[in-house]
Design a protein around this ligand. Structure first.
Ligand code: PXL
Length: 297
């Protein structure tokens, strides 16, 4: 006990000695799993880094954040976005790598090609990697420009443990017109052919087989079924899903199991969705604790 307290106080004073620079947080936070979101900030905390962190905490991992882009937004809309110096993104990742035995990274909004390149260059090779190819905020405001889309396809998706496009994102990136179950599977194979180890194409926007996702890897395809709730877009659902997958990978689940655990977590976060502006619902990753708010179906 005394030793532990001493270690903590030493961590709180700047100490660059070899003794305290090697995976020190990993040693102190024994038994924790570590996951990192590399994404954009949403000040309303419905999506982006903020919902990622809430999700990771709820899934039982030590979540951390690398700020890769910024948005100004409230419960209704995004009003503007800004980028982060590519070099500074690398510095944030390098700082975490010095201290934490990170099991899985998750990427979200990356704004442009420069940012995607900086992230690809800075991420270590030997970690779980969930790529959420965020293109638009609720089908309106562009969160990744066209150059960024190309860079994502070239330098990040091929490295993914799993890539998690929704239907519109899968259509734009693959160029495949997804209109039914067969074309959804074809698109899933397009991501595998690109080099991603697995893919989940989310069926939330589908007018066929609604709320059913397609998971595919080299062993084949499985369907992940969810409940259909009477809500249009729930803000932050993609971020929450990808973060829940990253958390379960960090906890040691095989990717396919991580995806089905995440699907069930997200299903509850939608069931308890929060109406934070009239008619605007956002995810409630705290559904296990905060059932006093949120909508019950
Ligand atoms: O849901 C996609 C998304 C991701 N990241 C940030 C966002 C949004 C949607 O608004 O704002 C920062």
């Amino acid at each position: 006990m005394v030793q532990h307290a001493k270690d903590i106080s030493m961590r709180n004073t700047p100490d660059t000695s070899e003794k305290y620079s090697q995976k020190s947080a990993g040693n102190l936070l024994k038994g924790m799993a570590f996951a990192v979101s590399v994404a954009g900030s949403d000040p309303s905390a419905g999506a982006g880094l903020q919902v990622d962190l809430k999700t990771m905490t709820a899934c039982g991992v030590w979540g951390m954040t690398v700020v890769a882009a910024l948005t100004a937004q409230n419960a209704n809309h995004v009003t503007s976005t800004a980028s982060v110096e590519p070099e500074f993104i690398g510095q944030q990742i390098a700082a975490l790598e010095e201290d934490f035995p990170i099991g899985c990274y998750k990427t979200g909004m990356l704004k442009n090609a420069e940012t995607v390149r900086a992230v690809a260059k800075s991420l270590p090779e030997d970690r779980g990697l969930v790529i959420d190819p965020v293109l638009l905020a609720t089908r309106e405001y562009r969160l990744l420009d066209e150059g960024g889309e190309r860079e994502l396809v070239e330098s990040l998706i091929p490295r993914a443990s799993v890539v998690t496009p929704n239907l519109p994102e899968a259509k734009v990136l693959s160029g495949i017109d997804i209109v039914d179950a067969a074309s959804m599977e074809e698109a899933a194979h397009w991501f595998l052919d690109l080099g991603a180890k697995s893919v989940v194409i989310k069926g939330g926007h589908a007018d066929f087989r609604k709320a059913t996702d397609v998971f595919a890897d080299k062993n084949g395809t499985v369907l992940l079924h969810g409940n259909v709730y009477p809500l249009e877009d729930v803000h932050g659902s993609g971020c929450c899903f990808a973060s829940a997958i990253a958390s379960h990978i960090a906890l040691g689940y095989p990717v396919r199991d991580a995806c089905s655990e995440a699907k069930s977590f997200v299903d509850s976060a939608i069931r308890y969705a929060v109406e934070y502006a009239p008619g605007r619902f956002t995810m409630n990753p705290g559904w296990q604790q905060h059932t006093s708010y949120g909508k019950k179906f």
